[in-house]
Ligand binder design. Structure first.
Ligand SMILES: [Fe+2]
Ligand SMILES: [Fe+2]
Length: 335
């Protein structure tokens, strides 16, 4: 931790006089130290003073991210029992378990901001906090597992690599580990789609159909266009976000087009074309009506996902109780 940290670490000590004028001068000093630390690319750590709105933004973003990891287990878990070979089954089980692990790192990161996991899960189950809308689409065929790995995990990496430099230390560090695993997920999806694309005619068609269905929702994963994104600007100032939604979406398109060519598959957008002047691929308009509709709860699987999540939580109550009882017993024994 850098030298500026000393000024921003200490809060009001017990017994310290809480004179209103003194305390507002102290807050101004802490705000300055915080701003300087962010400007100098230093990390903000859990014990450091931070503005309430910064804390609230992080809790909202990390919670949504954590929820997406665990809800995201459902569409792919749907195919574990029907994986076409033992090898594919082992890979898919490992991937789905990784996503549970990502959820755990992220709920832990949120806990460092003073929010309990129970509280966040309760908000997810009661619909007061959201998860990524991409997981409200169904996985209709085995090829969807490949398309999700390639496109959905691919989009997640594009979003998350810059988060490794996020100003909040615990979130940034969680992202380093998550990104390493996500890149494996992306590659296994690509490899699985490649096998299908080069397989029989029916397998090739199945791969193409999956890409046709997942392409546009993947582009929507980057969130609304910059001019409609309510949280973006402040998050950029705080260095929680490093790039805008549209920048990241463009980066993703530029990565995917040559990969689709190598896969021997087409992307379902007649407007996709290399733009020499911009040095990027142009792409067609996104159907934002669909995005807002799914976000409001009207996607094909919204109800199913949250019902299954609530049921899993209720059915897992005995595991949490047993773990707590074991920890209490163990604690007593060591004492
Ligand atoms: Fe993940
Ligand atoms: Fe993943």
């Amino acid at each position: 931790m850098a030298t500026a940290a000393a000024h921003r670490t200490a809060g009001t000590e017990p017994g310290e006089a809480a004179h209103p004028a003194a305390s507002s001068a102290r807050t101004a000093e802490q705000q300055t130290a915080f701003d300087e630390a962010v400007a100098a690319d230093e990390r903000i750590e859990p014990r450091d003073w931070m503005p309430d709105a910064y804390r609230a933004t992080l809790v909202r973003q990390i919670a949504q991210h954590a929820h997406s990891e665990i809800i995201g287990m459902q569409p792919e878990a749907n195919w574990i029992t029907r994986a076409p070979s033992l090898r594919r089954k082992a890979i898919l089980m490992a991937k789905v378990q990784d996503e549970a692990g990502h959820g755990l790192y992220l709920y832990s990161a949120a806990e460092t901001l003073g929010t309990s996991r129970e509280e966040l899960l309760d908000k997810l189950h009661s619909g007061r906090q959201k998860y990524s809308s991409i997981f409200n689409y169904p996985t209709l065929t085995w090829a969807d597992v490949g398309a999700i790995g390639w496109l959905v995990d691919g989009a997640a990496i594009t979003n998350q690599v810059p988060l490794c430099r996020c100003s909040y230390g615990p979130y940034a560090r969680a992202m380093v580990r998550v990104c390493k695993e996500e890149s494996f997920h992306q590659r296994q999806g690509y490899e699985s789609l490649l096998a299908l694309s080069r397989g029989t005619e029916a397998q090739h068609e199945m791969a193409q159909d999956a890409v046709d269905r997942w392409w546009w929702p993947s582009l929507m994963m980057f969130g609304p266009p910059d001019d409609e994104s309510s949280h973006s600007e402040q998050s950029m100032t705080w260095k929680i976000k490093r790039h805008s939604n549209d920048e990241l979406r463009q980066r993703f398109v530029d990565i995917c087009v040559p990969q689709a060519e190598s896969l021997g598959l087409t992307l379902p957008d007649p407007d996709l074309a290399w733009n020499e002047a911009r040095g990027h691929y142009d792409f067609g308009p996104i159907d934002w009506t669909e995005f807002w509709d799914v976000l409001k709860g009207n996607g094909p699987c919204n109800d199913q996902r949250i019902t299954q999540r609530r049921r899993a939580h209720e059915e897992g109550a005995w595991v949490r109780e047993a773990a707590a009882a074991h920890a209490a017993k163990h604690g007593k024994a060591t004492a």
